[in-house]
Design a protein around this ligand. Structure first.
Ligand SMILES: *Cc1c(COP(=O)(O)O)cnc(C)c1O
Ligand SMILES: [Zn+2]
Length: 477
C-alpha cells in the first residue's frame, strides 16, 4: 500500500514466520499464510494464525513499543494495531493496510465506578468507538484486509449486524483496493451503521432473515463466487483485535488489570483477547493474566447457557462441541431467534465459540447475561460520564455491575470495561430511552421487556415564549 504506508520500516521479511493452524488438538493441521480458508479443510474446525516466534525479533519488554510511537509520521507506527506488528507478524510491511485505526482512549471513569460499585479510580473504560468507522471492528478489519490484499483479493464480503460492514466498506472506500459486498438481515441493523455502508459505496445485500441466516448465506455465496470473507471466522481479524489488549496494557503502564469485561456476540473479541494473553505469557512479556468476563445479552445468551448451565469447557482442546450442536437444534425446534436491543450482539450461533472457551480457560474467565433493561441503564450511566457508547457496549458495564453484586469482582479490583462501539451508532435506542413520548418508548423498548428509563434525561417542553423558557430553566437547573 504505497500511498498509506509512506515509508516502509526496514525489517526482515516476517512473512515466512506465520502459518495457519487448526485449533483442534486431534488434527493440528497447518496451512500456508497464502491460503484463503475459513475453516480447516480436514476437520472443519477453526483456524488460528500461529507464529514461529524464534524467527521474529520481538522486543524484550513491552515498554519498547512506546518508542515506536515516536515514529508516528510513519502510518504503520501511527496505527494502534500495526505499532505492535511484531506481535502479529503475518504481513510484510509493503502489504500492510492502515487508515489510522486504534487511536483509542482508556479513561478512568469514577462516576461509572460508583454505579458499578467499584472504588473510584479502579474502573476504566476502553473507548473503541474512537476508531475511524466508530467501532473496535477496525482493529480486526485492517488485519483481515491486509491479508486479503496479500492474496490479491478484488472483492471482500461479510455478514454483519452493522459494524463489520461499516468497517469493511470504509477500508474499501479509503484504499480503493477492493469492492465491499455486505449481507445484512432484515430490520435489525441500526441506521447509524447502515448509513455508513451505503455512503461508503458497499454493495448491500439485504436478506429476508436474521444475522445467523445472513452469516450462513455469506459463507456459501463467498465460496461459490471466490469472494474474500472478512467475518470474524477469519483468523486474521482476531490478530488485529489482539491490539485492544496491547493498548489497554500500555495505558496501564504495562500492568495487567484484574478484570477485562467485554460484550460477547460472535466472540471474536474475547477469543482475540485470550490469544493475546496466551502469546504475551509465552513470550515472557507479562507475568499476570487478567481475568476475563464475557457478557451476553439475555436475548442472545448462547454462551451463558452453554458455559454455565451445560458446563461446556475448553477441556484441553477437546471441547464437547456436540453439546453446542444439541443446543442449536433446540433453538431451531423452538424457532428461537436472538432478540435484544443490543443489536451488535444479537447472535445465537457465535462462530468463535470454541476459541472463546480457550480464552475463558486461560484467563480464568466467567460468563454472565444481562437484560436489555440493565444494558440501557448502564449505557445511560456511561453516557452521563461522557463520550458514551452504543447499547451492546454497555453490556460490559452492566455485566461488571452484576459481577460486583455477586461478589465475583471485588470492590478494589482494577476493572477495564471494553466499550466496543460509538455513542452515535444507534441513536434510535438512546432517544427512545430518554423520550417523553410513551408510545415511542414502548415501540422501541417495550417489546424487549424494558419498563423504565431509570436515568432518563428528558427534554423539557415549553411554549415559544421567553418568560416561560426562563421559568422552565430556573425550575429545572
Ligand atoms: C461486533 C460487536 C460486538 C460483538 O463482538 P464479538 O467480537 O462478535 O463478540 C460487540 N459490540 C459492538 C459494538 C460490535 O460491533
Ligand atoms: Zn483440522
Amino acid at each position: 500500500m504505497s500511498t498509506l504506508s509512506a515509508t516502509a520500516v526496514p525489517m526482515s521479511t516476517t512473512y515466512e514466520v506465520a502459518h495457519q493452524k487448526c485449533i483442534n488438538v486431534d488434527c493440528g493441521a497447518t496451512y500456508s499464510i497464502d491460503e484463503v480458508l475459513t475453516s480447516c479443510p480436514k476437520c472443519h474446525d477453526l483456524l488460528d494464525v500461529a507464529y514461529d516466534w524464534n524467527k521474529v525479533s520481538v522486543p524484550k519488554s513491552l515498554r519498547e513499543f512506546e518508542s515506536k510511537w515516536l515514529e508516528r509520521h510513519n502510518p504503520i507506527r501511527f496505527s494502534g494495531v500495526w505499532r505492535f506488528h511484531e506481535l502479529l507478524p503475518f504481513a510484510p510491511h509493503h502489504k500492510i493496510v492502515t487508515v489510522g485505526e486504534g487511536q483509542t482512549l482508556l479513561q478512568q471513569a469514577d462516576s461509572v465506578a460508583k454505579y458499578v460499585g467499584i472504588r473510584p479510580g479502579k474502573l476504566y473504560l476502553q473507548y473503541e468507538g474512537m476508531n475511524p468507522s466508530g467501532s473496535f471492528k477496525d482493529n480486526g478489519m485492517c488485519a483481515a484486509f491486509t491479508h486479503a490484499h496479500m492474496v490479491g483479493a478484488k472483492r471482500a464480503a461479510c455478514a454483519s449486524t452493522g459494524n463489520t460492514s461499516a468497517s469493511l466498506a470504509m477500508y474499501c472506500a479509503v484504499t480503493q483496493l477492493m469492492k465491499a459486498v455486505i449481507f445484512i438481515g432484515t430490520g435489525k441493523i441500526s441506521y447509524g451503521k447502515l448509513s455508513q455502508a451505503l455512503e461508503y459505496g458497499a454493495l448491500t445485500v439485504q436478506i429476508a432473515g436474521d444475522f445467523d441466516d445472513a452469516m450462513a448465506r455469506v459463507k456459501e455465496v463467498s465460496k461459490e463466487l471466490g469472494i474474500y470473507l472478512v467475518n470474524s471466522i477469519n483468523p486474521f481479524r482476531l490478530e488485529g483485535q489482539k491490539s485492544v489488549m496491547f493498548r489497554v496494557l500500555e495505558a496501564l503502564r504495562w500492568e495487567s488489570p484484574d478484570w477485562i469485561v467485554v460484550p460477547g456476540g460472535n466472540l471474536g473479541n474475547s477469543s482475540a483477547f485470550g490469544k493475546a494473553f496466551i502469546e504475551l505469557k509465552e513470550l515472557g512479556l507479562i507475568d499476570r493474566i487478567p481475568r476475563l468476563a464475557v457478557i451476553n445479552a439475555g436475548g442472545a445468551d448462547t454462551l451463558d447457557v452453554l458455559y454455565n448451565q451445560r458446563n461446556l469447557r475448553w477441556n484441553r482442546g477437546r471441547a464437547r462441541m456436540d453439546i453446542a450442536c444439541w443446543y442449536y437444534d433446540e433453538l431451531d425446534k423452538g424457532k428461537v431467534k436472538a432478540d435484544t436491543i443490543a443489536s451488535a450482539i444479537e447472535i445465537n450461533r457465535p462462530v468463535n465459540l470454541k476459541k472463546c472457551l480457550r480464552a475463558l480457560d486461560f484467563c480464568d474467565g466467567v460468563v454472565r447475561q444481562v437484560s436489555d433493561q440493565e444494558i440501557l441503564d448502564a449505557k445511560a450511566q456511561v453516557g452521563a460520564g461522557g463520550i458514551g457508547c452504543e447499547p451492546a457496549s454497555a453490556a460490559s458495564v452492566a455485566g461488571a455491575k452484576l459481577l460486583r453484586q455477586q461478589g465475583v469482582i471485588g470492590m478494589d479490583d482494577r476493572v477495564v470495561c471494553i466499550l466496543t462501539g460509538h455513542q452515535l451508532k444507534d441513536p434510535t435506542a438512546t432517544v427512545a430511552y430518554h423520550t417523553t413520548d410513551q408510545d415511542k418508548f414502548n415501540e422501541v423498548l417495550g417489546s424487549r421487556g424494558v419498563t423504565r428509563a431509570s436515568f432518563a434525561n428528558r427534554a423539557v417542553a415549553v411554549p415559544n415564549d421567553v418568560d416561560a423558557i426562563v421559568k422552565a430553566i430556573q425550575l429545572y437547573s
